[in-house]
Design a protein around this ligand. Structure first.
Ligand SMILES: [Fe+2]
Ligand SMILES: [Fe+2]
Length: 273
């Protein structure tokens, strides 16, 4: 079966407004759509792991809705810390069907031979993520029901990446890692770090992070790192289930990148506080 394509951290602003006064993320959506159409025979579904909008504004969600509605493959979305749950659910309900509740947009989906879980880790007004107890209980019960190769997607990463400001807490992270590590043929796929990152959490669970479609985080592994972006080549993750289990490939989008920066991220949490 064809792989699952993961893209992340679009940070879309409405047409005419630059993200962080520098990045034309609305135009990036046009480039992205062309690429997704040209490569649609290479993947079976798309998962977008959060920070779809730069500040949860409704115009960005309308733009995202129009773009992803024009594609032929199934597409699933979860919010990140830059998103706002209400407009997200109002504008994009067909990309997050049968959500856990209006307060947590987690859901599951079957795509052919694969089982997917999309976890909503957004905490309004907070930069870092969490999975509520009730959602963990639901996930635990759902995982019991399936033997299919499984991918679990969420925006935040429950493993500290050694990138200064991005070394954040993750609510119920230990429970999530312990639960997923009990399963065979499972992988946790995240975003938020704006870089391709691969780890083995507690030596037992593979966690992979997709780079951003729009802005890459400066690779600064010091205590002051994790707060600036650069215009490096954007990318994606492709998750294939093969003879030996899940294999994640990181690809690059052929979009113009001048490698300028670093520039500061500003207003990095959603305005729902
Ligand atoms: Fe982001
Ligand atoms: Fe984020």
């Amino acid at each position: 079966m064809k792989p699952i394509l993961q893209i992340s951290d679009l940070h879309v602003e409405p047409v005419g407004k630059l993200a962080y006064a520098r990045a034309n993320t609305a135009r990036r959506m046009i480039e992205l759509t062309e690429w997704l159409r040209a490569h649609e025979e290479e993947y079976s579904a798309i998962v977008v792991t959060g920070d779809l909008s730069c500040d949860g504004n409704i115009d960005s969600y309308h733009l995202i809705d129009a773009i992803f509605n024009s594609l032929s493959k199934p597409c699933f979305m979860v919010p990140g810390n830059h998103d706002r749950r209400k407009p997200f659910l109002k504008c994009l309900p067909h990309f997050c069907p049968n959500v856990f509740s209006e307060e947590n947009l987690s859901f599951s989906a079957e795509v052919g031979d694969y089982q997917l879980f999309m976890l909503d880790t957004l905490q309004p007004g907070i930069h870092w993520g969490a999975v509520p107890d009730a959602v963990m209980d639901w996930l635990e019960a759902e995982l019991e029901k399936t033997d299919k190769p499984t991918l679990v997607f969420c925006h935040h990463t429950p493993v500290k990446p050694g990138m200064g400001y991005m070394d954040e807490p993750f609510g119920n992270g230990e429970r999530l890692i312990d639960l997923l590590a009990q399963k065979q043929n499972i992988r946790l796929c995240t975003g938020h770090l704006h870089r391709p990152v691969a780890t083995l959490a507690k030596n037992k669970l593979a966690v992979v992070t997709a780079p951003s479609v729009s802005l890459q985080m400066l690779l600064d592994l010091t205590p002051k790192g994790g707060d600036e972006f650069v215009f490096e080549t954007p990318g994606y993750a492709m998750h294939a289930y093969l003879e030996d289990g899940w294999v994640t490939h990181f690809g690059q989008f052929p979009f113009p990148s001048d490698f300028s920066g670093p520039y500061p991220f500003v207003n990095t949490i959603n305005p729902d506080a």
